[in-house]
Write a protein that binds this ligand. Structure first.
Ligand code: GTP
Ligand code: MG
Length: 185
C-alpha cells in the first residue's frame, strides 16, 4: 500500500494577492464566522487549534499586505509557507490577470523548485454572476503547482471553510488538482 502525505505536525498557510482582493476579510470571516466590515491592512498571525481543524493539526494562517510589509518580508513569508492561497477578486479582471502576470512568476522565481502547493482563490462571488472557472482552469494547466481552485465570498461566507480545508489538505495529502466552483448555495 502506498500512503501519500507528509508527517507535518502543523500547517502554515500564507494568503497572497493584489491589494483589496479580500485576504484580510477571508481570514477574519473564517475566524469570527461573520463578515467584518472594517478590517486592518493585515490580520495578526492566527493559530487554529488542532481540535477544530478538519485534519486535526495546528494551523497557522498568515496575512500579507503590501501596505505593511517590505518585499524582503514577503519573500521571507513565502519561504516559510507550507501552502499559499493566491487570491484574486472575481469582480476585478485586473486582479485575475495579475495572478499570471505577477504572482505566479514571482513565486516561481522566489522559490525555484519549490514543492509549495498553491490554492487559487476567486473571492467576492457575491458581486457577480460571471464565473471565472474556465480562466482558472487554463491557469491551472499552465501552473501545475496550483493544487486546487475555489470561488468564495468572505461576505456571504460561501466556501470559506472549504478554502482553508483545501489548503490544509494540499499540505497533508497532496493529490491531483481539485476544482471547487459550485456556485449554488
Ligand atoms: P490589502 O490588505 O490592502 O492587500 O487588501 P486585502 O486583500 O486584505 O482586502 P480586504 O480584506 O482589506 O478587503 C478589501 C475590500 O473588499 C474591503 O472593503 C472588504 O470589505 C471588501 N471585501 C472583501 N471580501 C469581500 C467579499 O467577499 N465580497 C464583497 N462584496 N466585498 C469584500
Ligand atoms: Mg489586508
Amino acid at each position: 500500500m502506498v500512503v501519500r502525505g507528509t508527517l507535518r505536525k502543523n500547517v502554515r498557510i500564507l494568503l497572497l494577492g493584489d491589494r483589496g482582493v479580500g485576504k484580510t476579510s477571508l481570514i477574519l470571516s473564517l475566524v469570527s464566522e461573520e463578515f467584518p466590515e472594517d478590517v486592518p491592512y493585515r490580520a495578526e498571525e492566527i493559530t487554529i487549534p488542532p481540535d477544530v481543524t478538519p485534519e486535526l493539526v495546528p494551523t497557522h494562517i498568515v496575512d500579507y499586505s503590501a501596505q505593511d510589509q517590505t518585499e524582503d518580508q514577503l519573500l521571507d513569508e513565502v519561504r516559510r509557507a507550507h501552502v499559499i492561497c493566491l487570491v484574486y477578486s472575481v469582480a476585478s479582471e485586473r486582479t485575475l490577470m495579475n495572478i499570471t502576470s505577477h504572482w505566479l512568476p514571482m513565486l516561481r522565481e522566489a522559490v525555484p523548485h519549490s514543492r509549495c502547493p498553491i490554492i487559487l482563490v476567486g473571492n467576492k462571488v457575491d458581486l457577480t454572476e460571471e464565473s471565472t472557472v474556465s480562466l482558472a482552469q487554463e491557469i491551472m494547466e499552465q501552473y501545475p503547482e496550483i493544487e486546487s481552485f475555489v470561488e468564495c465570498s468572505a461576505k456571504t461566507l460561501k466556501n470559506i471553510s472549504e478554502m482553508f480545508y483545501y489548503a490544509q489538505k494540499a499540505v497533508l495529502h497532496p493529490t491531483a488538482p481539485i476544482y471547487l466552483a459550485d456556485r449554488l448555495d
